[in-house]
Design a protein around this ligand. Structure first.
Ligand SMILES: *C/C=C(C)/C=C/C=C(C)/C=C/C1=C(C)CCCC1(C)C
Length: 241
């Protein structure tokens, strides 16, 4: 390995579609981070923390994507550990965004996000075969996800009930209720991309269902991250500007 290789990491082979989605991920997360940081200087004082957190989310992801791309390019396969380390840092920061916009304490949402990701990791990595990936770990992760969706008010989009955070979003001042609706759509639709990836990467009752999807799990996760991490920041920016 020469020095340049050491600094830049392994090269992607031409035609490595999955590898290039990792690359696009790192570049777009970096660009979004610059955007959110610049906007941080422009918005009203009370939104500065929200903009900074948006930049942290995409910034942390940019670094992880850089290393995930490298692991993939080295031929080491799906970067499960880096993926879940990224998520365990960035998803709680998305919870912080809700807390900053509403003033509602984030303890329960934070806990649910940790349960969702730790059980998801145990299922996907196969490290804890005491429970099956589908109706064991995956089910627990799914329930934690549904509870979070309820708590932040996703069900109000279809006329249903909401938890405390969702109720506070609707009552907040300025453009926060509108931005809250955007965030709810991301959690309801954008976050639902992840269980599809999980089903593609683990064996279970659903294996036949996802067999026809023409991408692999990493492409699905990469698409989900780009939509959700950048989209979340844009929604917060919308409330702030
Ligand atoms: C920036 C990263 C984000 C927004 C990651 C979100 C991840 C999820 C919503 C993952 C959810 C999962 C389930 C609902 C069930 C199967 C296991 C997971 C962890 C993939």
């Amino acid at each position: 390995m020469n020095t340049l290789n050491f600094i830049l990491g392994a090269s992607l082979a031409p035609g490595d579609f999955t590898g290039f989605t990792f690359f696009i991920g790192s570049v777009s997360m970096l660009a979004a981070t610059v955007f959110f940081l610049v906007q941080h200087g422009q918005v009203d004082k009370k939104f500065k923390d929200s903009m900074l957190v948006a930049a942290l989310i995409t910034g942390i992801a940019a670094v992880h994507y850089y290393y995930m791309r490298d692991q993939w390019a080295e031929g080491l396969g799906s970067p499960t550990e880096l993926r879940y380390i990224d998520w365990i840092l960035t998803v709680p920061l998305m919870v912080v965004e809700f807390a900053l916009l509403t003033g509602v304490g984030m303890g329960k949402l934070f806990l649910a996000s940790v349960v969702m990701l730790v059980t998801g990791y145990l299922g996907e990595s196969g490290l804890a075969p005491v429970l099956p990936a589908d109706l064991g770990w995956g089910l627990i992760a799914g329930l934690a996800y549904f509870w979070m969706a309820y708590e932040v008010g996703c069900l109000t989009l279809v006329g249903g009930p909401t938890g405390e955070t969702g109720a506070a979003l609707a009552k907040a001042g300025g453009k926060i209720p509108e931005a809250g609706k955007m965030l709810q759509r991301f959690v309801l639709v954008g976050w639902a991309i992840y269980p599809i990836g999980y089903m593609m990467g683990t064996d279970g009752w659903y294996s036949g269902l996802v067999a026809g999807i023409p991408f692999n799990m990493d492409v699905v996760y990469n698409i989900g991250d780009a939509i959700n991490k950048i989209g979340f920041g844009m929604a917060v920016w919308y409330a702030a500007k």
